[in-house]
Design a protein around this ligand. Structure first.
Ligand code: HPA
Length: 269
């Protein structure tokens, strides 16, 4: 049996909840889960063969329930390549959420700002990404039931969803920027030379997640959007060394604004 089918069967024993929107909450951003009228919580550790998050600020559980009029499946925490998981393991939850019925995927993360117009605490809607520094999760035998062998990536992030996020942000008086996210493998932060390279390549922000999840999501037919919290300025742009404490502190500080934007935007999806 395909692993995600076994995992879905496990979830279906606990709940028959079918989400419309799947949401992945990044480092320190788990507080959105407080906004959910909860139906069911499942710890990743309970699900057969499911990758379990070890990163700080990642609770490691699915929260199924409603945010306003939308049925959501929220991942409070994700797994990363730097934890030693393969690209296929990292995107396992994305494929499972598609099988569980979700059609929209909202990814979030904390990222280092490269664009000189960005400030700590800004929100960036992803217009595109660069994933070329990490292996594609689509490497290996293609599951034709999931998607095509050579999926198009000309518009990974949905223009429709991004427009809704921008319109919602304007109504809520929340400033949002737009930009290209580059995924590195981590777990070390980058060197100044790597950030100069990323900037030359057209990246506005860097992080250690999201792009491969978006790739797998596009492959299996999700409508995708993503928002980064600029938790720090990237190495060499920042005058001080980067710490995970700084990343989580900014995420905590921005959480109320971020939570409100996501909640309201989802209502308009
Ligand atoms: N680099 C990589 N990943 C990150 C950063 C960064 O500066 N900030 C938050 N995640």
């Amino acid at each position: 049996m395909i692993m995600t089918d076994k995992q879905l069967a496990f979830i279906r024993k606990k709940t028959d909840f079918v989400p419309d929107v799947a949401i992945v909450l990044g480092s320190g951003l788990g507080a959105l889960a407080d906004e959910i009228e909860t139906e069911c919580i499942i710890d990743y550790g309970e699900i057969p063969d499911f990758p379990v998050s070890t990163a700080p600020g990642h609770a490691g559980r699915f929260v199924f329930g409603k945010i306003g009029n939308k049925k959501v499946a929220v991942m409070q925490g994700r797994v990363h390549l730097y934890e030693g998981y393969t690209p296929q393991q990292v995107v396992n939850p994305i494929r499972l959420l598609k099988k569980a019925g979700a059609n929209i995927l909202f990814l979030t993360n904390a990222a280092g700002g490269i664009n000189s117009d960005f400030h700590i605490g800004d929100l960036m809607v992803l217009s595109d990404h660069i994933s070329s520094f990490v292996e594609s999760p689509l490497v290996g035998k293609n599951d034709d039931a999931l998607g095509v062998r050579f999926p198009d990536m000309s518009q990974v992030y949905s223009k429709r969803l991004n427009k809704i996020i921008f319109e919602t942000a304007e109504k809520e008086n929340t400033k949002v920027k737009s930009g290209v996210y580059l995924q590195f493998r981590g777990p070390n932060f980058e060197t100044p030379a790597e950030i100069r390279m990323a900037k030359m390549m057209g990246a506005d922000a860097v992080g250690m997640s999201t792009a491969i999840e978006a790739q797998a999501a596009k492959h299996c037919g999700f409508e995708v959007c993503a928002v980064s919290v600029i938790s720090n300025l990237a190495c060499g742009i920042s005058k001080t060394p980067i710490t995970s404490e700084e990343v989580n502190e900014t995420a905590d500080r921005i959480a109320p604004v971020f939570k409100n934007l996501i909640k309201k935007a989802i209502g308009n999806f």
